[in-house]
Design a protein around this ligand. Structure first.
Ligand SMILES: Nc1nc2c(ncn2[C@@H]2O[C@H](COP(=O)(O)OP(=O)(O)OP(=O)(O)O)[C@@H](O)[C@H]2O)c(=O)[nH]1
Ligand SMILES: [Mg+2]
Ligand SMILES: [Zn+2]
Length: 360
């Protein structure tokens, strides 16, 4: 197989290359940089392409998560008689990492916000947007994603209690580095360059109006993305960015801008929860009983830590709430696995019934 060299700049590596072994050699790889309804914008060693998904590929997808999303590697083939640069997508390659949340609403489906990313920048405003609970949720999903989370505290120019907020954040960031900056004053933003390296991909996540697009424009050196003034009344921003997009920096790094998320519903397992709340789970190891519910049991280390001030009771409350959500997620996952098995059995027994009975 021909070694593809210039795709390396787009993040192509052995992990993806080995997935082509059994692939039709005429199918070539490309990276999804943007999706407009059914049209995918792709980058390949042939340059920019526009891809569509044929019905057969769409039908084979069991969930939305099986379809390509921004950051994905796909294989494509030319469309016979089609316009130059328009191709059809054959397959979505297995992902190295993916940042997912639960689809909003009642459905239990995974929404992949960005895939094949190395770094997740969790951007938060140091103004009234500051919200430890939201940062913990993003951390949880990041630890589940396979990418490394980095906390970005923007709008330092609007913050009068930086020290206080940093102390609070340091106790919840665990292993994630924290960077304080002001995009408006162009202060502290150069610290992001440590992560924005050639051939790597980072994604900016966070609520609307925290300054994701402003920061990305600074890193790019030009106004690539529209940025929006925050509404005066609620400080919540107005969702200036409406679609996800991957762009290349001058130095050859890839950055994904995402629209601000209103809801961050849990799509993560208990391993990610342990990583996010390592401090609490560490203390819980000291409880007298293995199955301690930390609810007035004798010898409870958690209760002791809260009363002697080593553990913030609000953090404990947030942990317990997220733990319930993770448990619910895991039970839904097993329920979904059970339902899939049942469906498979049904199909199998129908098939067996149709087989000719040899004894007759
Ligand atoms: N004071 C101050 N304002 C900032 C800073 N960074 C960004 N802003 C402003 O905040 C507003 C929102 O910035 P955007 O970059 O559009 O925010 P966003 O996170 O991309 O928002 P969405 O696209 O809606 O998700 C703009 O008016 C920016 O000029 C900062 O460091 N300090
Ligand atoms: Mg934006
Ligand atoms: Zn306990």
């Amino acid at each position: 197989m021909k070694e593809i060299t210039n795709l390396t700049q787009l993040g192509w590596n052995h992990f993806f290359q080995q997935q082509l072994v059994e692939e039709d050699p005429s199918h070539k790889p490309a990276r999804v940089v943007r999706q407009d309804m059914n049209q995918y914008h792709l980058l390949s060693d042939e340059g920019r392409l526009t891809g569509v998904i044929p019905g057969r590929v769409r039908q084979a997808a069991l969930s939305k998560a099986d379809l390509p999303t921004v950051g994905d590697w796909v294989t494509y083939s030319p469309i016979e008689g089609g316009e130059a640069g328009s191709v059809q997508i054959e397959k979505c390659l297995e992902r190295k990492s993916k940042f997912s949340r639960k689809e909003a609403g009642e459905v239990v489906d995974e929404q992949i916000v960005a895939s094949n990313i190395d770094t997740v920048f969790i951007v938060s405003g140091l103004d009234d947007d500051f919200n430890p609970n939201r940062i913990e949720r993003y951390l949880l999903l990041s630890w589940d994603s396979g990418a490394i989370p980095v906390i970005v505290l923007n709008k330092a120019d609007l913050c009068h209690k930086l020290e206080e907020r940093l102390v609070e954040l340091e106790s919840i960031a665990m292993d994630a580095p924290i960077h304080v900056m002001s995009a408006i004053d162009k202060e502290g933003t150069e610290s992001l360059l440590d992560y924005v390296k050639p051939g790597t991909t980072c994604a900016f996540m966070g609520s609307s109006g925290v300054g994701k697009s402003t920061l990305i424009n600074l890193l790019l050196g030009y106004e690539r993305f529209e940025t929006g003034a925050v509404r005066e009344d609620d400080g919540k921003g107005r969702h200036t960015t409406t679609f996800r997009e991957l762009v290349l920096t001058e130095s050859g790094a890839m950055i994904i801008d995402t629209p601000g998320m209103r809801e961050i519903q849990v799509w993560a397992d208990s391993a990610a929860l342990s990583q996010t709340f390592d401090d609490i789970e560490e203390i819980a190891l000291q409880c007298k009983f293995n199955d301690c519910q930390h609810d007035q049991e004798p010898g409870c280390a958690i209760t002791r830590a809260v009363s002697d001030g080593t553990l913030d009771s609000e953090r404990l409350e947030r942990y317990e709430k997220l733990k319930r959500e993770v448990e619910h997620f895991e039970s839904q996952q097993t329920a979904a696995a059970r339902a899939a098995k049942k469906e498979e059995r049904k199909r199998f027994s129908k098939m067996v019934r149709r087989l000719p009975n040899k004894r007759n």
